[in-house]
Design a protein around this ligand. Structure first.
Ligand code: PLP
Length: 453
């Protein structure tokens, strides 16, 4: 009988991360200091990140050792299983072979602790006592709280106020791991105070929460800041997933034809796909498909330009696909996919046609998630549902043209803290938003003027 779970033993877990920087088709455009207009150097980042992570951010080493202590913690849930979706295949009547690499077994329930653990480790090594971060719906905040807890670090989380009030369960998870969680904007930072002066009832935003967390770290000697996606070192830590996937496909006697992952800032998609990018550049016929919401269509409708990472324009300018830092995404339920930009390496690979983006509406995405739950059993995060939709469409196409194919879904997390979104879908109360062209144009007209380096 064909296998359902393709497992690696603990001993077979990869011991290095894969760094894509030396293998990119051209060098990345450097991040720019928003104050001086000059490329930023390590000294600009040193107040907010530990040195080892700054080194990883610009490293040209292809392989980077995973320290033993991190490997030991990874083994709480790694290597993660690769599943063959036999029942979904049968339901679809497709000749395609569908697999999913399941990152939902980590204690916080997603891929995010792959980097949270690593970041907590390097901060601890360099004597940092406290890490500050922002979180929207709470997935990143809970992963970092977990990481800090295991290394005896304090964790301060600025959680977007509206989520803090409406989605309390991830907040409780963070507090269970010992984090201090504040509804942002707060009175504790200058950035927060200036927002509250204008609007005491402000619901907050990810951009505001980032400004607060960065300010907290920059103004306190014992504290540093941490980001859960977008940056090179974050994507690096996620590559353990794709490296495992490669081994597991070998065990199953498969060659990857098409990989589907969802993209918020790009970290889980990069983690799964980057170990295959070199194979593709060397001539292998592999489709790497990045799935995003039509309500926040960064890769499919944004411009490839320099832009800020935050709303206030305080963070370095990076060359990326962007909808403009003033873009306010509609309130869709895949909170983790509502970011105006994406990881610079991912954007470069999209620009070169190595990675292909596709966008979906939220109703069709939830429909696909339930088809998956009703065949495979697992209820995915609304973010993950985007690539399940992409993969199902591909498998249906295979049926129509009678093509056998190996399809892999990057299953980034479970949906147990997102049942409110499923409730709305089941009650027919979800709206599809397609971002209007005028509003995209307007946000893009506010992009900073930076000449390409
Ligand atoms: C945060 C999150 C995402 C989106 O973030 P990326 O950095 O693009 O991976 C996707 N899926 C889940 C389950 C998440 O928690």
């Amino acid at each position: 009988m064909e296998e359902t779970r393709i497992m690696l033993s603990e001993k077979e877990m990869p011991q290095q991360w894969y760094n894509i920087l030396p293998d990119l088709p051209e060098p990345l455009s450097p991040p720019i200091n928003p104050g001086t207009g000059e490329p930023i150097g390590p000294e600009d980042l040193a107040p907010i990140f530990p040195m080892e992570l700054i080194k990883q951010e610009v490293s040209q080493e292809r392989w980077i050792e995973i320290p033993d202590e991190i490997q030991r913690i990874y083994r709480l849930w790694r290597p993660s299983p690769l599943y063959r979706a036999h029942r979904l295949e049968k339901e679809l009547g497709t000749p395609a072979r569908i697999y999913y690499k399941n990152e939902s077994f980590s204690p916080p329930g997603s891929h995010k602790p792959n980097t949270a653990i690593a970041q907590a480790y390097y901060n601890k090594q360099e004597g940092v006592e406290r890490i500050c971060t922002e979180t929207g719906a709470g997935q990143w905040g809970s992963a970092l709280s977990f990481g800090c807890c295991l290394f005896g670090l304090k964790c301060t989380v600025y959680m977007v106020r509206i989520s803090y009030e409406q989605k309390p369960y991830r907040k409780m998870l963070m507090q269970s791991w010992g984090a201090e969680v504040y509804p942002s904007p707060t009175n504790m930072t200058k950035s927060g105070q200036s927002i509250l002066e204008k609007d005491p009832e402000s619901p907050g935003s990810l951009g505001i929460a980032i400004s607060e967390a960065v300010e907290d770290a920059a103004t306190h000697e014992e504290a540093k800041y941490s980001l859960g996606s977008v940056l090179n070192h974050v994507l690096l830590h996620q590559t353990i997933v794709g490296l495992e996937l490669k081994e597991q496909l070998k065990l199953a006697g498969e060659e990857l034809d098409a990989l589907f992952g969802c993209v918020g800032g790009g970290s889980n998609f990069a983690g799964q796909s980057y170990p295959f990018v070199k194979d593709k550049m060397d001539g292998k016929d592999i489709d790497l498909i990045a799935c995003e919401p039509k309500a926040c269509p960064t890769l499919t409708r944004g411009l490839y330009r320099y832009d800020h990472g935050d709303t206030a324009g305080l963070t370095p300018l990076m060359k990326m696909y962007t909808l403009g830092h003033s873009f306010v995404p509609p309130p869709i339920h895949a909170g983790g996919l509502r970011y105006h930009g994406d990881a610079p390496t991912l954007c470069l690979l999209v620009d070169k046609g190595i990675i292909e983006p596709r966008a979906y509406h939220q109703n069709e995405v939830f429909e696909a998630a339930l088809k998956f739950a009703r065949t495979e059993g697992s209820l995915c995060a609304p973010e993950t549902a985007h690539c399940i939709k992409g993969a199902i469409d591909e498998a249906v196409k295979c049926k129509e043209i009678g093509e056998e194919k190996c399809i892999v879904i990057a299953y980034s997390g479970h949906g147990f803290f997102d049942l409110g979104a499923y409730e709305k879908y089941l009650a027919n109360q979800l709206e599809d938003y397609e971002y209007p062209e005028e509003l995209i144009k307007q946000a893009l007209s506010e992009l900073p003027e930076i000449k390409d380096a």
